[in-house]
Design a protein around this ligand. Sequence first.
Ligand SMILES: Cc1cc2nc3c(=O)[nH]c(=O)nc-3n(C[C@H](O)[C@H](O)[C@H](O)COP(=O)(O)O)c2cc1C
Length: 168
Amino acid sequence: MNTIEAIKGRRSIRRYKTNVTVPREHMKQILEAAMMAPSACNTRPWEFVVVESRQVKEQIMRAMPYTQMLQTAPAAIVVCGRPKVQELVCPGFWPQDCGAAVENMLLAAKELGYGTCWCGCYPLEKRVEEMQRILEVTSIPLAVVAIGEADEAPEARGFFDEARVKYL
Ligand SMILES: Cc1cc2nc3c(=O)[nH]c(=O)nc-3n(C[C@H](O)[C@H](O)[C@H](O)COP(=O)(O)O)c2cc1C
């Protein structure tokens, strides 16, 4: 699968095969893709929490109501921002940096045959605080990415709209 195919074929997956786990080797490849993302001043202001524990997934579902796909997803990766590491050189870019890391993860997972769903946490303060408590981190949980083998196949679609583009 080439990159354009992965981009065009990716959809958010909200139902997963419960009998298939994501092996550590694949998890590592996905995390490596995340950490290959570009970042402002190459500060890489992120860290990742891999969640496989049923108990922690239950806690996340309570803190973030739109993450119910974690009922079936074997794993989730929480992407957390570390604003302090770029404070002196290029403050404020961390949400963009972490967003790039998330998208790299979605595409790497697609290439490896997994489905994903990006679930937003930051900038909702209450969700961020709850998630910091659950994950025992001081970094800022930006997104929860559910991951696993898809048990649904939403059709690929495209939203290209020439009217949204201006050529100068
Ligand atoms: C910042 C962000 C937050 C999102 N949060 C959620 C979420 O909490 N729960 C969910 O089921 N999907 C979430 N999504 C997925 C979007 O609903 C989905 O990407 C969009 O509807 C387009 O569908 P597609 O991903 O299948 O192309 C989120 C996506 C983004 C980029």
